[in-house]
Write a protein that binds this ligand. Structure first.
Ligand SMILES: [Zn+2]
Length: 243
């Protein structure tokens, strides 16, 4: 599943459709009235976490690519698209994607303060949300799209390793400074991810995710599907502290 930085890259690639009118909209996405979109002007294009948002006056078209989704710009696959949007200056096609219309003002539906890629990202707000969840595990917090929108399994693994935090550390027991460090490092790693992804060197820079040995301690990583999210976690039992 593409994580926040990949959506950020996609948003940049479709930025030239902002302010443009949709000449043709179709696709097999269920529950979308395509005639409502046709002829409308896209007032803005944003990403929120793992979703791409085409914003119109009074409503938003939300695209979520999920596990197997993909997109093509000014090109098409042989299979039918979930959503095809054609503009005077090009087209974009989404495949195996969930598409929904969100009614009303986009700012009332989405909280940019928890979007790890947003200029409006707010570490203090994230901190206060986490302090309200004393039983939550660190690994689940970093997968929760209402707390760290855009974070995914790669970001989770790398951040926990960077800040020497055990994936099963419990919120209530994590010291203030360590929790603030985890929040800060999530935002920071997301932009390292973005830079490395653009340069094609993302996986080369993984320190924990899909790695065998902890680069700090030179001992084997433990591999376990941790927390309620049950996603694969690589962690070092020597340097990552279980508070
Ligand atoms: Zn270690």
């Amino acid at each position: 599943m593409p994580e926040g930085p990949s959506l950020y890259i996609l948003r940049e690639k479709v930025a030239h459709f902002k302010g443009k009118k949709i000449l043709e909209a179709d696709g097999y996405a269920k529950g979308i009235d395509m005639s409502r979109i046709e002829g409308q002007k896209v007032t803005d294009i944003r990403s929120w976490g793992k979703q791409l948002l085409f914003i119109f006056k009074g409503f938003t078209v939300r695209v979520h690519m999920g596990l197997f989704g993909s997109y093509m710009i000014d090109d098409r696959k042989k299979v039918n698209a979930s959503l095809h949007l054609r503009f005077a200056n090009g087209e974009v096609n989404f495949y195996v994607s969930t598409v929904k219309i969100v009614e009303g003002d986009v700012h009332e539906s989405y909280d940019w303060a928890v979007d790890i890629m947003s200029d409006e990202w707010n570490a203090k707000k994230v901190y206060s949300i986490l302090r309200e969840k004393p039983k939550m595990l660190a690994c689940d917090a970093l997968m929760d799209q209402h707390i760290f929108s855009g974070s995914g399994n790669i970001i989770k693994n790398e951040v926990l390793w960077r800040v020497k935090l055990h994936p099963e550390a419990v919120m209530a027991k994590i010291p203030d400074a360590k929790l603030r460090e985890m929040i800060r490092e999530t935002h920071k790693y997301a932009f390292d991810f973005l830079r490395w992804k653009k340069d094609g060197v993302l996986s080369r820079n993984w320190q924990a995710y899909e790695q065998k040995v902890c680069p700090r301690c030179n001992v084997a990583f433990k591999v376990k599907d941790t927390g309620k999210s049950k996603r694969r976690t690589y962690y070092c039992t020597k340097c990552q502290v279980k508070y």
